[in-house]
Ligand binder design. Structure first.
Ligand code: PLI
Length: 467
């Protein structure tokens, strides 16, 4: 019988998977010529390639997890009633227990929750500080009339810095904003667990405690982006004094108990292919979210999800918060990262939990940032071995709404994102070989010219041509 071994640590073992494989998905092998034709057709944008042409899919860890037998069994228990589904009440009780918030509003995925929260909390002209932007989060803040202000510590913008808590908020930056615009123009601070765009980097509990004290003083709510906060809890346990003997579950609750609500893309930490939610403790905010969700997502007891999706999510929470799951999750990412480091590939340090980020500036120093080095490198990895990765640099950062210029972020990265429970150690070895081969011929790689640019979140659909 499956046991949740929270009391049990696997420290003395390697990170080997706490499961065995029951069903496999067959992959198609392609030739270099086929991959070249495919990337040309996709406008050198990995988001526009077809999954059938991909061998190892490291595009994202979002919705790409392998579900367990228990999650699939839960899918069969879907109560697909329009209102009051049993699965909603089950999910609500599990979220209340593990995350600790009073109210839950399900949404179809993370951005659905971001939309509701931004529309409810932000007024035209408000400023929303955050520990680095995320693409959809910032866009919803802007669409609601807000302006995102980055208040993450400087170390987060330096790929080589080994600072263990690069997700920390710089309280001095936050205070400078509050002094400048006034606390009443700061509707909340957006705090992301395991900051995606910084390389999957955690904040510390000490930093959150200080932030809580500051926000209490100025009456500013803290809204957590809980998407990868279980992974953040794991790093706190590993790195922060006083947490080594606490369980991931306890640390997760400690984080949530210091915040006022959250948005969640369940497609990451929670091991499901679709789903999300908004949580809060405030009665008035909840009433508004419950009302708005019926406009954009669906009734407040399903929020755009099927009953079976909510059941799989409830079970996913139980599995994702075990020590053995997290040890294997982080262990596999670290295995890949250390091998790449040993091969001399420049990567963001310290190694995060959900992905390895290659520093494309260092990998391709001869390509100007406006010729999109990270985009070019992602295309090259696809051509080399059918490995699909994602640009997280100048294309993802988009243009400033004020100047219309490219934002030129300090971090120009290619993200090798590891889906949960999907690939083997042998797949990771192939990735290392492919990246190493591309690195050996890096001088031949040219930049790209953007030939089509969509208005919103351009990285998803932009098209390029080689220079
Ligand atoms: O893709 P969604 O709409 O379920 O979630 C949006 C979202 C919100 N916050 C964070 C930190 C994310 O990473 C996130 C989505 N991330 C994607 C799709 C990714 O590939 O990283």
């Amino acid at each position: 019988m499956f046991r949740l071994m929270n009391e049990h640590t696997t420290k003395h073992h390697s990170w080997a998977e706490p499961y065995k494989i029951k069903m496999v998905e067959l992959l198609r092998m392609t030739t270099r010529e086929e991959r070249l034709a495919a990337i040309r057709e996709a406008g050198y944008n990995t988001f526009l390639t077809r999954s059938r042409d991909v061998y190892i899919d490291l595009l994202t860890d979002s919705g790409t997890s392998a579900m367990s037998d228990r999650q699939w069994a839960g899918m069969m228990m879907g109560d697909e009633a329009y209102s009051g589904s049993e699965n909603f009440y089950h999910l609500e009780s599990v979220v209340q227990e593990y995350y600790g918030y009073k109210y839950l509003v399900p949404t179809h995925q993370g951005r659905g929750a971001e939309h509701l929260m931004s529309q409810i909390l932000i007024q035209e002209g408000d400023h929303v500080p955050g520990n680095m932007y995320f693409t959809t989060t910032r866009l919803h803040q802007e669409l609601a009339g807000g302006k995102f202000v980055d208040v993450i510590v400087d170390e987060a913008h330096d790929p080589a810095s080994e600072f263990p808590f690069k997700g920390n908020v710089d309280l001095a930056k936050l205070d400078a904003l509050v002094q400048d615009v006034g606390a009443d123009r700061v509707p909340y601070i957006s705090l992301e667990g395991n900051v995606n765009m910084a390389g999957g980097q955690p904040f510390s509990m000490a930093n959150l405690r200080e932030l809580r004290a500051y926000c209490d003083k100025h009456d500013i709510p803290i809204m957590l982006d809980a998407t990868r906060t279980i992974e953040n809890a794991w790093f706190i346990r590993e790195r922060e004094e006083g947490y080594a003997s606490k369980s991931v579950r306890e640390i997760l609750r400690e984080i949530c108990d210091m915040t006022d609500g959250c948005t969640m893309s369940a497609k990451k930490d929670l091991l499901v292919n679709i789903g999300g939610f908004f949580c809060c403790n405030d009665d008035e905010v909840f009433r508004k979210a419950q009302n708005l969700v019926v406009v954009y997502e669906g009734l407040h007891t399903y929020g755009g999800l099927a009953g079976r999706d909510m059941e799989a999510m409830a079970q996913g929470i139980l599995e994702a918060t075990t020590e053995e799951h997290m040890a294997a999750r982080v262990g596999q990412v670290r295995y890949l990262g250390r091998k790449l480091e040993a091969a001399g590939i420049p990567i963001v340090k310290p190694i995060g939990s959900h992905a390895i980020f290659i520093d494309a500036r260092q990998f391709l120093p001869h390509i100007d940032q406006d010729d999109y080095p990270a985009q070019a490198l992602a295309a090259e990895l696809f051509i080399e071995a059918g490995i699909r990765t994602m640009e997280r640099g100048n294309v993802s950062a988009g243009r400033s709404p004020v100047t219309g210029e490219n934002r030129h972020p300090k971090l120009e990265l290619v993200r090798l994102t590891i889906p949960r429970r999907v690939y083997t150690q042998a797949h990771m070895d192939v990735v290392v070989e492919a990246v190493t081969d591309v690195y050996a011929r890096r001088d031949e790689i040219r930049g790209l010219k953007m030939v089509y640019e969509p208005e919103y979140l351009r990285f998803f659909q932009a098209r390029f041509e080689p220079l």
